[in-house]
Design a protein around this ligand. Structure first.
Ligand code: FMN
Length: 327
C-alpha cells in the first residue's frame, strides 16, 4: 500500500474524502471508513468565526465518533484575526489535520470574504495562511480551484506563495472558479501545479470510478486523490481504488441495501431527530445514481416527511430493483 507523508501525518492509501457541506458528516465518514480504503477523512467546511463558541456535542457539523480518523477539519475563514481562536478550537476537538477553503465559489460563501473570494485577494490570503501556519503544527493544507481564468503565471505565483507560507500539501480541484460540475475537470492543469511545487499535491474533481482514478493520476502526476460526490454515490469506491491501484485488500462483496440501512442507523444514532431527514435526502440523491431507475428512489425519499417513511420507501425500491449486486 502506498503511504503519503503530509507534514507530520502519514496517510495510507493516498485517498482522501472531500469536504462537502451536508454530505461529509459523521454518518458518511463512518460507512466509508468501515468499507475501507480511505487514507484521510474530512469534515464539512466549518466557519472559523463560529468554531470557538460551538458545542461539539450539539453542533451537527462537529458531531463525530473518535473512530473517524485521521480526520481533517476544513476551515472557512476570511480574516487572519479569526485564525488563532478557530485553530485553538480545532486542537480541542482533536483535529488530525487542518484544511483552508480557498476554492468555494458559492455566492453566499464569497460574500463572507472566504472560499474563492479569499483566494483572489493576494495579501489577505497570504496573511490567513501565515496565521494558520503560526497557530498549528498539525498538517496544514489548502483546497483551491484553478483561479478566475486560465493563467499559468498567476496560478504558479499563487501556489508557490501558498507553499512558501508553509502549507504541508495542496489539493487542487481542476476547475476555474465559475465552472460548473458538468464541465470536464482539467486534470492536466493539476499536473502543472504538481510540477511547480515540492509539497504533495492531491488531485480533485470528476473521479467516479477506478478508471477515472487511474486516468487522473496518469494525467496529473498527483501524489493522491480527493473524492467528493462519488464518495456519497459509491462509498465503496475508496476500497475499490485502493485494491486496484495500491494493492489493498480485495473489497468484500457488497450489499447496497444493507449499506443504506447502516447509513440510516448511524445517522439516527448520532444526530438529533431534526437533523436526520435532510442529510438522508442529500445522501439518497447521490446513492440513487447506482441504479438504472434510481430517480424513483431519490424522489420517494425526497417526498418523505420522516426518516421512517424514507426508509420504508427505500426498502420498497430495493425489493424491486436491487437484485443485480454492485453496479
Ligand atoms: C454538496 C457539495 C458540497 C460541497 N462542500 C464543499 C465544502 O464544504 N468545502 C469545499 O472545499 N468544497 C466543497 N465542495 C466541493 C468538493 O469538495 C469537490 O471539490 C467537488 O465536488 C469536486 O469533486 P468531485 O468531482 O469528486 O465531487 C462541495 C461539493 C458538493 C457537491
Amino acid at each position: 500500500m502506498k503511504a503519503l507523508p503530509l507534514g507530520n501525518l502519514t496517510i495510507s492509501p493516498p485517498l482522501v474524502l472531500a469536504p462537502m457541506v451536508g454530505v461529509s458528516h459523521s454518518a458518511l465518514r463512518t460507512i466509508i471508513q468501515e468499507l475501507g480504503g480511505v487514507g484521510l477523512l474530512s469534515t464539512e467546511m466549518l466557519s472559523a468565526r463560529r468554531l470557538p463558541s460551538s458545542n461539539p456535542a450539539m453542533d451537527p457539523f462537529l458531531i463525530r465518533s473518535q473512530a473517524e480518523q485521521p480526520l481533517s477539519y476544513q476551515m472557512l475563514v476570511a480574516s487572519a484575526a479569526d485564525v488563532a481562536p478557530a485553530m485553538a478550537a480545532l486542537h480541542r476537538l482533536g483535529a488530525d489535520a487542518v484544511d483552508l477553503n480557498l476554492g468555494c465559489p458559492a455566492p453566499t460563501i464569497r460574500r463572507t470574504g472566504g472560499g474563492s473570494k479569499l483566494a483572489e485577494e493576494h495579501d489577505r490570503v497570504r496573511q490567513v495562511v501565515a496565521a494558520a501556519r503560526r497557530a498549528t503544527t498539525l498538517p496544514l493544507s489548502a483546497k483551491i480551484r484553478l483561479g478566475r481564468e486560465l493563467n499559468e503565471e498567476k496560478l504558479r505565483n499563487f501556489c508557490q506563495m501558498l507553499e512558501g507560507e508553509g502549507l504541508d500539501y495542496l489539493t487542487v480541484h481542476g476547475r476555474l472558479h465559475k465552472e460548473p460540475f458538468s464541465r470536464r475537470p482539467r486534470w492536466e492543469w493539476i499536473g502543472k501545479v504538481k510540477e511547480w511545487l515540492t509539497i504533495p499535491v492531491l488531485a480533485n474533481g470528476g473521479i467516479f470510478s477506478v478508471a477515472d482514478a487511474r486516468q487522473c493520476l496518469a494525467t496529473s502526476g498527483a501524489d493522491g486523490l480527493m473524492i467528493g460526490r462519488a464518495a456519497a454515490r459509491s462509498p465503496w469506491l475508496f476500497a475499490d481504488i485502493n485494491h486496484a491501484l495500491y494493492g489493498g485488500p480485495a473489497p468484500a462483496l457488497l450489499d447496497r441495501p444493507a449499506l443504506y440501512r447502516r447509513f440510516v442507523a448511524i445517522l439516527t444514532e448520532r444526530f438529533p431527530p431534526g437533523r436526520c431527514l435532510g442529510r438522508l435526502k442529500e445522501f439518497s440523491h447521490y446513492f440513487s445514481s447506482n441504479y438504472p431507475f434510481g430517480h424513483h428512489l431519490a424522489m420517494a425519499v425526497q417526498r418523505s416527511e420522516s426518516v421512517a417513511e424514507a426508509l420504508a420507501a427505500a426498502e420498497d425500491f430495493f425489493a424491486r430493483h436491487d437484485h443485480v449486486g454492485k453496479g
